[in-house]
Design a protein around this ligand. Structure first.
Ligand SMILES: Cc1ncc(COP(=O)(O)O)c(C=O)c1O
Length: 429
């Protein structure tokens, strides 16, 4: 085989900027300009924001869909919907994201972390079940990078214990489980609209979020919580507790900016195309890598159809197949070959300072990460070793962008580069 590029040989990948798909910038500008000309720069429950909610609702196949200003506020309003409050706990994986659970924390609940499945890197349902207490008010799986969690196992746990499942689908627009779209499976599903095409959230308009549900009460609670002055809100509040509230409801205004939704609506039009193409790239790459020592692609559950693919395609480094070659050396060698590969750089959630040593959230010794609070046991703090699987896997995660329309021959060159490094790894030891 040819000499490794890191040792002076020729790189295997010669195509430098492989993505040919271009974001629909002209269409985005047109959509924004139309709203500027209409003077529709604020409002919800009507016009384009309502139209977008209706289109997304239909796509997912659920009964209710609300847009908000961020994915994290989508999650926060979902926590309010299921009545998360002081003294409660919610369970979420430590390989995750702060914005997934901070809405619950600020409502006074304590995040309880759980471990992950080593092959999918997603929430481990068995570990979830072990961590349930009488205080558990929600289970929050994350469809990380568009890979869908084991929804059969999670829904079964949720039903057996009477605990709502709130899915964080910030990365997974258009993904499916057993033929059903994510957004129409759990009790509530939250999407982010952050970033811009092609590398932002799969549907995106700068900032924004969406919540979907089939439960009327959850929908009305979210309306009441954070949709101040939404058009038609008082007519939509039909349940006895919320009927008769005025249009300022409970005072929070978390609605999305119409301009952001206009851009998101443009991106939504190409979602299925992008998902199909990225999935083709994923399948071909993963199939080829299965036979090459040094990495394994993340697994997908048999009923899952991944979608969205935000954050790239994940591979798991297997140093034992390369005589313990350090991961950084392996990555450097692939980069020198021209492979757009990187290491996953985030820390695990339980190792954040606030969870290692606690934090006096509201001052004066009050808060869910302190001593006893509304029935919560004293906070012990997390430490290294608490989540053996996530801790073992996090340092081995590698990422490759999920391309939509890569230049012809690019994928083949990338595969060649992996083969070349695997065949010559001894020179790197
Ligand atoms: C897994 C996950 N959940 C939630 C969020 C929050 O979304 P937003 O940034 O729109 O608040 C993000 C954002 O990146 C995320 O990656």
């Amino acid at each position: 085989m040819a000499e490794l590029a890191i040792l002076g040989g020729k790189p295997a990948v010669t195509i430098k900027d492989p993505e040919r798909w271009r974001p629909p910038i002209e269409e985005e500008k047109k959509a924004v300009c139309e709203l500027i000309e209409e003077r529709f720069l604020s409002g919800s429950g009507t016009g384009l924001p309502k139209q977008f909610e209706e289109e997304f609702r239909e796509y997912v196949g659920c009964k209710y869909c609300l847009t908000v200003d961020h994915g994290s506020t989508a999650l926060a309003s979902a926590f309010y919907a299921v009545k998360v409050g002081p003294g409660d706990e919610i369970i979420t994986p430590t390989l995750g994201y702060l914005g997934t659970y901070t809405g619950a924390l600020h409502l006074g609940a304590r995040p309880v972390f759980c471990d992950i499945d080593p092959e999918t890197l997603l929430i481990d349902p068995e570990d979830v079940e072990r961590r349930i207490t009488k205080r558990t008010r929600a289970i929050v799986p994350i469809h990380l990078w568009g890979n869908v969690c084991d929804m059969d196992a999670l829904m079964d746990i949720g039903r057996r214990y009477g605990i709502p499942i709130i899915e964080d689908a910030a990365h997974a627009h258009g993904a499916e489980w057993d033929g059903v779209k994510v957004g129409n499976i759990g009790d509530l599903t939250c999407f982010s609209l952050q970033g811009c095409l092609p590398w932002g959230k799969p549907v995106c308009g700068g900032e924004g979020g969406i919540v979907t549900t089939n439960v009327r009460e959850f929908y009305e609670r979210m309306l009441a919580y954070c949709h101040l002055h939404r058009a038609g809100i008082t007519d939509e509040l039909t349940l006895p507790e919320y009927r008769g509230l005025d249009s300022e409801v409970l005072g929070l205004k978390w609605r999305a900016h119409p301009l952001a939704l206009a851009i998101a609506r443009v991106s939504f039009k190409s979602l299925d195309y992008r998902n199909r193409r990225r999935d083709e790239f994923r399948r071909k790459l993963f199939e080829a890598l299965e036979g090459i020592p040094g990495v394994k692609p993340v697994k997908t559950y048999p009923k899952a159809k991944p979608g969205g693919f935000y954050g790239g395609l994940k591979l798991i480094y297997q140093p034992e197949e390369l005589e313990g070659l350090p991961i950084d050396r392996y990555v450097e060698a692939l980069k020198a070959e021209g492979v757009p590969i990187s290491r996953y750089g985030r820390q695990l959630e339980h190792l954040r300072t606030i969870f290692r040593r606690g934090f006096d959230l509201w001052g004066h010794g009050r808060g869910p990460l302190g001593g006893e609070f509304f029935g919560l046991p004293p906070f012990e703090g997390y430490k290294e070793g608490d989540f053996p699987v996530a801790e073992r896997m996090v340092g081995r995660i590698l990422s490759i962008p999920a391309y939509i329309d890569p230049e012809d021959g690019f994928l083949e060159q990338v595969i060649k580069a992996f083969e070349k490094v695997a065949a010559n790894y001894k020179q790197l030891l």
